[in-house]
Design a protein around this ligand. Sequence first.
Ligand code: PLP
Length: 428
Amino acid sequence: MKTNQSKKLYKKGLKHLVGAVNSPVRAFSSVGGNPIFMESAHKSRIQDVDHNTYVDYVLSYGPMILGHGNKKVIKAVKTAVDKGFSFGASTAGEIELAKIVCDAFPEMDKVRFVNSGTEAVLSAIRLARAFTEKDEIIKFSGCYHGHSDALLVAAGSGLATLSMPGSKGVPKDAVKNTLIAKYNDLESVAQHLEESDNVAAIIIEPVAGNMGTVVPSKAFIKGLNKLARKYQVLIIADEVMAGFRSHFGGAYELLGLHADIICLGKVIGGGMPVGAYGAREEIMQMVAPLGGMYQAGTLSGNPIAMAAGIATLSELKKANPYEGFNETAAQIENMLLKAAKKHHVKVTVNRFGSMINAFFTEQTVVDFETAQSSNVKEFATFFWELLRQGVSIPPAQFEAWFLSTTLTKKDLKQTALAIDKAMEKVSE
Ligand code: PLP
């Protein structure tokens, strides 16, 4: 595998970009080696600057659920571009995307579009505090909700990858209202609620993807619903990653979680920068200009981003790929388990809808602690061999792998061979 051009760009990038990247996980810190620079992508495949092509399971960390370069999405974006980039005024596209999103989430009467998942979540938390007039938030260790101050504690994703407990530059006061609980552990939530009457909301990734894929137990979800009712706290479902990945709506709904506020991002922008938060009328009434909770954005509801979102969600609804996603994820799980057994590697596979991960551990992975039992050195070996075999997964143990509607039989065949070779490498 040639990487000369990537190496050159990496060196050049180091001069004016921090670590030559604009988001830390792209730096390949936890798998070692230099990052690969990408040049173009088509359907299920992505090509780097050295012209190596890979079956892409990164999919821009989730948004490209229709694969790359969907013709309908490109056409919608081109049409929008011709009309103008940004107006600082409302457009019909915002109303259209709002309807598609609200129709997909029964609990959502109204939605507000923002520019990223981070913005969606930080606004949702402000909204929960405004609505309940309480300050504290319960969050789960290993869940990642973007990089706003109050949520950068015990967070998964890049922080987990870089083994950082939190971020420098976050004042103690900014996290004093963030209480940490354990995923899949009701007792840890109940304890906070027993001890404090100042909790506004419990925020959760209904299916966690930022400690790798971790699925909640039915009892945990049922218990969360009960606790939220008992102590009158809101539940914020952070569906930025999981939204539209397991059915045309939120994973929380499939799991039976009663969400009050829902956060979205990634898929709803189809690769353009979009986030959103929404809730029932009574809660959304709090948001300016209707209510006293202020939140704004120069580029929010950008017409080009809205066009990409409308086209993506419309195509997704038509394609209804969810049964296929389950089957493909099951196939990949089988490939992983078969190859692991053949080469005597200890592996646990978790999956939900179009999200899947292999953890290099014997333990059942149910929370951040058990996720961290994965042997990250083995993961790094696995990652690099997959890449050499033309298969790209995120360069970090604690990031979910994603499926797109464009995966072909040929891609899966190549994936199976690559997994076999990669497991063999791990066993050496
Ligand atoms: N919430 C979840 C569950 C996420 O997975 C992410 C990003 O990966 C975010 C929030 C932050 O979104 P963004 O990176 O668009 O700011």
